[in-house]
Write a protein that binds this ligand. Structure first.
Ligand code: ARG
Length: 557
């Protein structure tokens, strides 16, 4: 529509502005009464040395098209009012025909690798990891919708000197049964104890160093312990992923690259990028601190493993893009990583992108692992589900599958609360607030979806492709939003920003509730089918938006 209008305007301007330029200028008016699209004439005014209002008036007199109902000049803008019925007919017919495929890009099936979640073995799954998980999963869903093949990789933090400490701690104070019962809490406990005791026992750190060395050298006992810690922790993480409904294509974490780093180090040497500094090996970089490749004892580092991972992924998946969904505090690490890859001559590094995000706050404060007491994410999620259950009990006590719905609502609330804000903003974690059915919450959107399902049932609605024969006043904003869906998705993907879809869904739900409040949908007249058809399409798009965000949409709640 925009493009069509831009073409007409460009012609009317005798190509003073190109179609692309006009398209970029066309905007959505701030208020409904100002029409559907507005063309600002200020830039032209400078060019043509005429008042904007005069240009708008002149332009109005030479524009005519069957999809334009009316034109009005208003303060230097030319406002367009579109013919609602044909546009509604076209949009609704398209959604009916395409269903869940509405907004889907057809595809070249290029791969896009998403490195997300990536918690650390034997450490609690932090709020930061929750953010990474939720954002990464939404981006993967959106990428698939855009025709990419998403490769979801969990780059587990499963290697490093902390395993030396854990092995020593386990041998001194470990309790097999306790670890099996609650792996992460128990491993964390002995890890904390290690640090406490190491403060007045110098020998411990040296023992840990040796234990890690043994692990790196393939010592069987050390390896078996490591493997156990990893498997037990992973099992706990997987319980969280299951709750969230998230899966990965690969759990290749840092350890996977152990035998893939030597090649990188050799390559760095051959390309003469490696420099010695205080006994360590580094790659000096312009405008930032050098990238540390090997410590003075020869041990490799996080960055070394990420270099190996990047090369491995490039060779394995030949991705068009790679997203690292990792907190903002690791910005320097990724800048260094990409810079080193560039220096190695890997031009593909330009397709590699750090997708940072802000912190999760609880009650306005940074969430900390309270002294000795771990806040387990699984407990927090359970709390959200309980709160949702409580709400449902109150609102809809006769609902049959309350548990299942409470799970969808509680989890949906947590995910939506995360995704509704710009990625970079810190977000607050307030369970009571986020599970309410009102305001800017996931449950609000879910509720609009469920309400439509009930309406369709009551109205004995049968989906068909009969043309829409009527558009109520309050339905017009809905039609325009529905028409916007494909472009909104494309933009959310381009900006790697799921919040745009969350905001879109909130707005659509809000418009629907307005429509519902102002219009009798089950009118029993000849327009009922048309009204329900629009509602049906709204539900389809709401459901699809929630799905992309990683949120379920119960039919009743
Ligand atoms: N395990 C790391 C952490 O918890 C995140 C890993 C992110 N991914 C990567 N390829 N570096 O901080």
């Amino acid at each position: 529509m925009k493009k069509q209008l831009a073409t007409i305007i460009s012609i009317a301007l005798q190509n003073e502005l190109s179609v692309t330029e006009v398209t970029a200028l066309l905007e959505k008016p701030k208020h409904e009464h100002l029409g559907d699209l507005a063309f600002p004439c200020f830039i032209l005014a400078k060019k043509l040395k005429k008042a904007p209002a005069i240009i708008a008036t002149e332009l109005a007199s030479c524009i005519q098209a069957d999809f334009i109902k009316e034109l009005k000049v208003e303060g230097g803008y030319l406002n367009f009012y579109l013919q609602q019925l044909p546009i509604a007919q076209q949009v609704i017919a398209q959604i009916m025909a395409e269903q869940g495929q509405y907004g889907t890009r057809s595809t070249n099936k290029e791969a896009i690798v998403l490195d997300f979640s990536s918690p650390n073995i034997a450490k609690p799954f932090s709020m930061g990891h929750l953010r990474s998980t939720v954002i990464g999963n939404a981006l993967a869903n959106i990428a698939e919708k855009m025709g990419y093949q998403a490769v979801r990789i969990n780059h587990l933090g499963d290697w490093g000197t902390q395993f030396g400490k854990l092995i020593v701690a386990y041998k001194l104070w470990g309790n097999k049964e306790a670890i099996e019962a609650a792996p992460i809490a128990e491993l964390l406990k002995i890890y904390v104890r290690f640090h406490e005791e190491a403060e007045h026992n110098d020998g411990l750190n040296e023992q840990a160093r040796q234990a890690f060395k043994a692990l790196e050298d393939g010592n069987e006992e050390a390896h078996a312990l490591w493997q156990w810690f990893r498997a037990a922790s992973l099992q706990e993480f997987q319980a969280i992923y299951q709750l969230l409904g998230i899966t990965f294509d690969s759990y290749n974490g840092e350890a996977f690259y152990n035998d893939k780093m030597a090649r990188i180090v050799t390559e760095l040497e051959e390309k003469q990028l490696l420099v010695e500094s205080d006994g360590a090996m580094v790659v000096p970089l312009a405008d930032m601190s050098p990238c540390l490749i090997k410590k003075n004892d020869g041990a490799t580092l996080y960055a070394t493993r990420d270099l190996a991972a990047a090369v491995y992924r490039q060779e394995t998946y030949a991705p068009a893009k790679v997203f690292y969904v990792v907190g903002n505090e690791q910005s320097l690490h990724f800048k260094q990583l990409f810079a080193v890859l560039q220096q190695m001559g890997y031009d593909w590094a330009k397709n590699y992108q750090h997708i940072p995000f802000g912190m999760m706050l609880v009650g306005g404060k940074k969430m900390s692992t309270r002294k000795g007491k771990v806040v387990l994410l699984a407990d927090v999620l359970k709390e959200a589900i309980d709160a949702a259950f409580h709400n449902i009990e109150e609102k809809n006590p006769t609902l049959v599958n309350k548990e299942e719905v409470a799970k969808a609502v509680g989890i949906g609330a947590v995910i939506f609360n995360d995704l509704k804000n710009d990625r970079m903003h810190d977000i607050d974690f307030d369970i009571e607030q986020m599970v309410t059915f009102e305001g800017e919450t996931g449950p609000y959107v879910q509720y609009a979806y469920a309400r439509i399902q009930t309406l369709l049932k009551k109205g004995a609605y049968v989906a068909n492709e009969e043309p829409i024969i009527h558009v109520d006043e309050a339905a017009w904003p809905l039609i325009k939003q529905l028409q916007d869906f494909p472009d909104s998705l494309a933009k959310a993907f381009k900006d790697a920003d799921p919040s745009q879809i969350a905001k879109y869904s909130l707005q659509l739900a809000r418009s629907f509730n307005k429509y519902y409040a102002q219009t009798k949908l089950l009118s029993g007249d000849e327009y009922q089918q048309a009204r329900l058809a629009i509602a049906h399409c709204v539900a389809l798009v709401l459901g699809e938006s929630l799905r992309l965000l990683g949120i379920a949409s119960p039919k009743e709640m």
